[in-house]
Design a protein around this ligand. Structure first.
Ligand SMILES: NC(=O)c1ccc[n+]([C@@H]2O[C@H](COP(=O)([O-])OP(=O)(O)OC[C@H]3O[C@@H](n4cnc5c(N)ncnc54)[C@H](O)[C@@H]3O)[C@@H](O)[C@H]2O)c1
Length: 370
């Protein structure tokens, strides 16, 4: 099936000023590509390039890029009350780095949300604020969960990582500012997003090899293209719900247009896929004949099987993920091949840190990339 770039009528964004925090990142840069198709008057990006590259920032007359943290008082004071939509996508990426540096996570994943909401709580023009939360935060800490995680599934109070705690706090602040100030925040919980634009090694060193080997799909695609063995943790029995980035972008925009303030929506494929199946499919699509190797379980990760419920977002937003894993992976592989020099350069800049980082769970090639 030929991939079609998503495009649909969304006059709501036309002539609007839109603020995208974290707009240089993987999801953010894809979102901006789509928002531009709807002729907003201006898109303002605030991003400190902690886990992204300047080259991912779109350059165009209608785009203003402010490099810095959204927790910076001067940047906050510079925001004026004429934004129609705000997408808050900034985060301290990701789970493992947040274990290594919980204070950096707090600064870039919790304080960011509080300071942003404090600044905009009395803005009059805002139609919607979309807050990106994470499905992993709401996964029960069980080893064999197979029930779809719904929006009203119980919130586990024993989180696996500071990242997950920050995401919960972000949701709680979203609820508070909605009730107290009528800030029209819609919360969106993503499952595992993958696709073009996720650059391994993007941004600054954040303490662990997860700076480089972000999520499982870009890591497997990169390694498979190098003909390295894919390392599957815990016998590959863990499952995840993989959702292609174009679907996430359409869902984010639908949440901005039709999401009800104060509500939360899952953006999920609803399909449970084992990590072993992902590895096998990627090897097949890239022609990688190196045998899969098995590594130990990640000690911090207590969520073995999980996937998101699609019922509410389908019923209330008409949202459904459309891209099959096969099609999405093919697109991701093609993009990775086309951008191999950029990805290699981004990985390479961390080589000094990688040499010294603990890497017992990774093949040697992945720790000594140079
Ligand atoms: N990718 C996924 O699988 C996934 C899953 C669940 C939730 N999410 C959420 O989606 C959002 C986007 O994720 P992504 O995958 O694009 O990650 P990303 O790391 O590519 O993007 C996050 C962006 O936020 C920026 N940032 C960090 N601290 C900042 C600060 N203090 N001020 C301004 N910008 C700052 C980073 O530089 C980066 O550009 C995040 O909130 C993340 O928690 C992503």
């Amino acid at each position: 099936m030929i991939h079609q770039h998503m495009k649909w009528e969304a006059p709501e964004f036309t002539d609007e000023r839109i603020l995208v925090i974290g707009g240089a990142g993987f999801v953010g840069s894809n979102l901006i590509k789509s928002l531009r198709e709807h002729s907003p008057s201006e898109i303002v990006i605030v991003d400190n390039l902690l886990s992204s590259e300047r080259s991912s920032v779109h350059v165009s007359p209608e785009i203003t890029f402010i490099e810095g943290s959204i927790a910076d008082d001067q940047i906050l004071q510079g925001l004026t009350d004429d934004f129609g939509y705000i997408f808050h996508l900034a985060t301290f990426h990701g789970n493992q780095n947040s274990i290594y540096d919980p204070l950096a996570d707090h600064e870039n994943n919790t304080l960011t949300t509080l300071k942003l909401y404090e600044r905009v709580k009395n803005f009059k023009k805002i139609k919607k604020v979309v807050y990106s939360s994470a499905g992993c935060t709401f996964a029960e800490n069980t080893l064999n969960q197979t029930v779809a995680i719904r929006e009203d599934s119980p919130l586990p109070i024993y989180s696996d990582t500071p990242y997950q705690i920050s995401k919960i706090i972000g949701e709680l602040y979203s609820n508070y500012f909605y009730r107290q100030y009528h800030l029209p925040v819609v919360k969106v919980r993503f499952q595992n997003v993958y696709g073009p634009g996720e650059i391994l090694g993007a941004g600054k060193w954040r303490g662990t090899l997860a700076t480089v080997w972000r999520n499982v799909i870009p890591t497997f695609v990169y390694c498979a293209l190098k003909k390295w063995p894919l390392i599957v943790e815990n016998k590959g029995i863990a499952t995840r719900d993989f959702i292609y980035v174009d679907d996430i972008i359409r869902g984010l925009m639908l949440c901005a247009i039709a999401g009800i303030p104060g509500e939360v929506y899952n953006l999920a494929s609803g399909v449970e896929t084992s990590i072993l199946n992902v590895a096998t499919l990627i090897n097949c699509l890239t022609g990688n004949t190196a045998a899969i190797q098995y590594g130990p379980k990640r000690i911090w990760d207590h969520s073995n099987r999980r996937f998101g419920s699609t019922v509410k977002s389908k019923r209330e937003l008409g949202f459904e993920a459309k891209t099959s894993l096969h099609e999405g992976l093919s697109q991701t592989i093609e993009w990775t091949q086309q951008n191999s020099s950029l990805i290699d350069a981004c990985i390479q800049k961390h080589s000094v840190h990688m040499e010294n980082a603990p890497c017992s769970e990774r093949p040697l090639e992945m720790c000594r990339i140079s």
